[in-house]
Design a protein around this ligand. Structure first.
Ligand SMILES: [Zn+2]
Length: 365
């Protein structure tokens, strides 16, 4: 269960203002006391059905709690990911509301994720493109993708994006619950024509396309999401967003936007913060299964993935408390009638397809 200190990244529209994130401890203090289980090495070709988590907030939790990636306090610890057979995980550098130095926070968290991966003794590796992704999966290691959650980090526009790109960042969400100079948040949408992407936001979409940075519309307002869909040359993803038709909160996506994302070859990751999964007080894995199936029914399995939001959610569904529960989720989805092909897509195959398609829009190295 996530500590309230890390509530953050998950995101409600009415989320309380997150607690300040303490100054990062030096990397030495984060060196795992225990050595992670070495990853099994394999010379086989890439598995047909990789397991992908499109969004976790593990680095923020590690900083808040002062724990290494191996800590049992984490929902998506390295051992939990290994045990669940996760092949790919998108690690988000979340930018808190009102951060004094949001760019510094982004750079700091990205460097901390890089250090965390280096300290994994080869069990994980950062990947910056789809070919490298398949190589790392085939090696039996966990592929880590670096992401920014919050456009407020991009204080110097293109210069900051290039700085982050050089550090390996390949996914950016232009807002969190706080609107940015680039786009409105679903938590703070402005009415009518005033909302959506700003001119700077439109330029940012083109820049991300050019550089091969995946655009993540989770947390953006409906209008901003529609703007990105209209402008982006590459398919876009909502790394951790649910269907509004099932759970009607602004943070979830309406059917029109879901269809728009899929029609352009994008991807929607089901997420597991209880209040965004179901309205009842007791949210269970059954509700999460229903949400995944609802997304699949609307857009098709090839456009659905899973972005748990582990280590960032305040309320995980019962029976879905950590990455260790993912295999049970997949079992439930199979039992609910999903075909093997559909399940393989939702577990992660859809992301591989999506990244290849999005990367083909890249015009600069
Ligand atoms: Zn989030």
């Amino acid at each position: 269960m996530a500590s309230i200190l890390a509530l953050a990244a998950c995101s409600a529209n009415n989320d309380p203002v997150p607690e300040p994130v303490p100054e990062p401890v030096p990397d030495e203090q984060m060196t795992p006391a225990e050595t992670p289980t070495p990853a099994p090495k394999s010379t086989a070709t890439a598995p047909i059905a990789p397991v992908v988590d499109l969004h976790v907030d593990t680095i923020t939790m590690m900083i808040n709690e002062g724990v290494p990636w191996t800590s049992p306090k984490l929902e998506a610890s390295l051992p939990a990911l290994q045990e669940a057979g996760v092949n790919v995980v998108v690690q988000a550098a979340w930018i808190e509301r009102g951060a004094e130095d949001p760019r510094g926070m982004a750079l700091g968290k990205v460097r901390r994720i890089r250090a965390m991966v280096e300290q994994s003794h080869g069990a994980a590796a950062i990947v910056t493109g789809p070919e490298q992704l398949e190589r790392v999966i085939a090696e039996g290691r966990i592929a880590v993708i670096l992401a920014i959650e919050g456009g407020t980090a991009l204080t110097d526009g293109e210069a900051t994006v290039r700085e982050l790109h050089a550090l390996g960042v390949r996914m950016i969400g232009l807002t969190w619950s706080e609107s940015s100079p680039y786009a409105d948040s679903s938590a703070e949408p402005r009415p009518g024509d005033a909302g959506g992407l700003t001119d700077e936001g439109k330029a940012m979409v083109a820049l991300c396309n050019d550089l091969g940075i995946l655009l993540d519309v989770s947390h953006m307002s409906d209008r901003a999401t529609a703007d990105v869909l209209a402008l982006s040359r590459a398919p876009v993803l909502a790394s951790h967003s649910n269907a509004q038709a099932v759970r009607d909160v602004p943070r979830n996506l309406n059917d029109e936007l879901l269809a728009g994302i899929a029609a352009r070859g994008g991807l929607v990751g089901a997420m597991f913060h209880g209040p965004f999964v179901a309205g009842s007080e007791e949210v269970t894995r059954e509700h999460a299964v229903a949400m995944v199936l609802a997304l699949e029914k609307r857009v098709g399995a090839d456009y659905v993935g899973i972005g748990t939001d582990f280590d960032g959610i305040i309320a995980a569904p019962e029976g879905l408390a950590s990455a260790r529960d993912l295999p049970s989720l997949y079992d439930d989805l199979r039992a609910a009638g999903l075909s093997s092909e559909a399940l393989a897509a939702i577990r992660g195959g859809s992301f591989v397809r999506f990244w290849k398609a999005a990367d083909s829009a890249r015009t600069r190295p």
